[in-house]
Design a protein around this ligand. Sequence first.
Ligand code: ADP
Length: 271
Amino acid sequence: MTVQETPVSRRLKSVKHIIIVCSGKGGVGKSSVSTQLALSLHASSPNTRVGLLDIDLTGPSLPRMIGLDGHGVHQSSDGWVPVYADAGREEEPRLACMSIGFLLKNKGDSVVWRGPKKNAMIRQFLGDVRWGDLDYLVIDTPPGTSDEHISLLEHLAPVHSRLSAVIVTTPQAVALLDAMKCLSFTRAVNLPVLGLVENMSGYVCPCCGEVSNVFSTGGGEEMAKREGVPFLGRMPIDPELVTVLDGGGGEYHKTPSATLFSAITTQVMAG
Ligand code: ADP
């Protein structure tokens, strides 16, 4: 049987790996992990080309976290031109970003849409954006398993074979319960899981370096072991990360995150 070409399949056939970042609940650091993962993949070699797509339509945080607040998307005869986070720094920019935040007139505007409109927007993000050749497309999703996730997979699963998910959780029992729901969603839709990230795992005191387990620690690792999915690593609560991300974007080079993101890259390459 021949698979029919669609605008989405045409755009995405030049994308090697698609990584969907999800979490059971909001505020656990999914957008932070997506942004830092895209930045570290981009930094992994001078030729690596990365896309970062934010499909959190009602709460887009990518423009600010990647340092592109206030930027807008341009329409060309060949579709939307993404906003490049490294424009002006590289001869040929390699970090393409897209978010509904780039399309809103005022960044405080709310998006109140039902499922079909969200689905149409996601189809446009996948099929109408000039992504070009990419080694990785990292997709930041809203919390939970909602309309956006279902739309995303309906568009991607029939046309792309190298799709996988990273699940982000914090170590508390309530967050882990929601992460478990996220994991069962991936199983129900046959989405391979690259692994689990435990964020906000301990607080490192900037004065003495002592680690306090504010939200406990290790729950994500235990869950990963129990469920037979790779544990990718943990990121402690770090005030510097908030300053970097909420303050307008940039890279964060602390050792735990560097180790974490290289573990994710290794899993992608192995997958
Ligand atoms: P989500 O996408 O899951 O809703 P975000 O990535 O938007 O979560 O993170 C929520 C807030 O927590 C942001 O202000 C972010 O800067 C902060 N944050 C995330 N991870 C950490 C961390 N490891 N240390 C300190 N602050 C963090």
